[in-house]
Design a protein around this ligand. Structure first.
Ligand code: UDX
Length: 485
């Protein structure tokens, strides 16, 4: 089949590349010329500058010029294309609604071209990126407005997690296709023939609106589950004596109906999807006049979680951040990415600056350029001048009064020794990801350890350790350090 993928970002490029592996003739189209030129080189470095996904550059290089083509001129491919995928960014707006302006620009442009198409064969237009429920119908009305003939609309949401786009596209859990007619469903069956009747992959055919709703339900349910662990599990282990977080997790998730995914308590879930999708769903349901209590609670819990450890440091450890230097370890919203969208680190930095820190010494194995350029640019806010970037965690820690672990990078698991050789107790370690399995060594040596999902701990209750500002970091006397399991 001949396919056009409109938009070549995190959704479009992996989708186009993997479709081309199955022998379809795929044209990946984008209005951004520099991006398309980079992809046309087939070079890993150039491709990864835009979309950094394991294995993606190889798939592009292997299929480039055979089954996969890049273009900025959609005009030349419209005539005999069977299926168009919309993989266009749909950013959130302040009120939670979705900005469909880029999407609609592309829809109008395509409608104009399709209206002039001489080829009478059917065309199917498929929404791949997450769009509000009813957008496929909206697309249909744009096509009618331009008098496009023999056209069908469909929704085929993507469920890929970052860092797994290629493998996830090759072996999805499910393929959800929403369309109105048997003819359009059949076209998509042909396109996805490798997944139809697959022993493991669920291939679901439904209405466009149901498919759109499945995407929102999936993402908000995942965030609800994470928020249950952050808002209930972590709270229990922090507040009640002798509850071991890791044992709690194993005990509860041993039930085959309850997943381990999402049970990793953290300083809030970030990324390009969860926050945006839950806000959009709240907006959509509100507009429909329906209650959104649960969703609002989940959103609130997740946002609160992002700065909660800093509040705990102030209230439980009585740590004053004013004029302090804090090492911030991890900037990305999760490990193995440089993406900082909705990352907890953004809120951590905001909170630290608001509390008057003198300096933030940041380290992240991948996201420091991204942070400097797009999130903490001093030209936009002079307070960002207080952030410096360092090549290693050790260097970031040097000369700091406290540290905050924000991202679950594997390398942070070994930090206990680095802490002991770099900074002197009493020193406050805020662990937003429970990354230090051997934290007891730190506590024994007189450091103050404050993890998400565990009580504040300091070496001994005898000599309540003094913080560097002399105001005192108070150990929680009655708690056994072994509580954080
Ligand atoms: C997510 C969904 O998983 C995916 O299905 C959807 O299509 C897009 O959104 P992604 O944003 O790549 O994918 O990240 P994911 O790996 O799901 O993690 C999201 C956030 O939750 C991260 O900040 C992560 O660190 C956090 N998380 C995840 C937890 O805090 N605890 C967990 O147990 C799991």
């Amino acid at each position: 089949m001949k396919i056009v993928v409109i938009g070549t970002g995190y959704v479009g490029l992996p989708h186009a590349a993997v479709l081309s592996e199955y022998g379809h003739e795929v044209y990946a189209y984008d209005i951004d010329e520099t991006r398309i030129k980079a992809y046309q080189t087939g070079e890993a470095e150039a491709i990864e500058r835009y979309v950094n996904e394991p294995g993606l550059a190889d798939v592009v290089a292997e299929n480039l010029g055979r089954y996969l083509f890049f273009t900025t001129d959609i005009n030349e491919v419209v005539e005999d294309t069977d299926v168009f995928f919309f993989c266009i960014n749909t950013p959130p707006q302040r009120d939670g609604s979705t900005d469909l302006s880029y999407y609609l620009d592309a829809a109008h442009h395509l409608a104009d071209l399709l209206a002039q198409r001489a080829n009478p064969s059917r065309v199917v237009l498929v929404n791949k990126s997450t769009v509000p429920i009813g957008t496929a119908r909206l697309l249909e009305s744009v096509m009618h407005e331009y008098g496009v003939k023999n056209v069908g609309v469909a929704s085929n949401p993507e469920f890929l997690a970052q860092g797994n786009a290629v493998e996830g596209s090759r072996r999805p859990d499910r393929v959800v296709v929403g369309a109105d007619t048997e003819e359009d469903l059949e076209a998509l069956r042909r396109l996805y023939s490798q997944f139809v009747n697959h022993v493991r992959i669920r291939y679901l055919e439904t209405t466009p609106e149901t498919a759109e709703a499945i995407k929102y339900m999936s993402n908000t349910l995942l965030l609800t589950y994470i928020s249950f662990w952050n808002g209930v599990g972590a709270r229990l282990a922090e507040a009640m004596p002798n509850i071991r977080m890791e044992d709690l997790k194993i005990g509860v998730t041993s039930d085959a109906r309850i997943s381990t995914w999402g049970s990793y308590v953290s300083n809030g879930a970030g990324g390009s999807c969860f926050g945006k999708d839950i806000q959009s769903l709240i907006y959509q349901l509100n507009r429909a006049g329906r209650s959104t209590d649960l969703l609002q609670a989940v959103y609130g819990i997740n946002e609160y979680q992002k700065t909660y450890l800093i509040d705990r440091a102030v209230h439980e450890a009585r740590f004053s951040f004013n004029q302090k230097t804090v090492a911030l370890l991890g900037l990305a919203f999760k490990k193995r990415t440089n993406d900082m969208r909705d990352s907890a680190a953004l809120r951590v930095v905001e909170s630290l600056l608001a509390r008057g820190v003198r300096a933030i010494r940041a380290y992240d194995p991948l996201a420091m350029d991204e942070a400097r350029r797009n999130w903490f640019n001093p030209d936009k806010n002079h307070l960002f001048e207080r952030i410096s970037y360092h090549d290693t965690a050790k260097e970031a820690m040097t000369g700091s009064d406290a540290m905050y672990i924000s991202t679950d990078w594997e390398e942070f698991r070994g930090l206990t020794r680095t802490i002991q050789t770099t900074v002197k107790p009493p020193y406050l370690v805020m662990d937003g990801r429970r990354m230090l399995p051997d934290f007891e060594k730190l506590v024994d040596a007189g450091y103050v350890y404050l993890p998400v999902g565990g009580p504040l701990m300091s070496g001994s209750d005898k000599d309540n350790a003094k913080s560097s500002d002399g105001r005192g970091v108070v150990a929680i006397a009655h708690r056994d350090v072994r509580q954080v399991g």
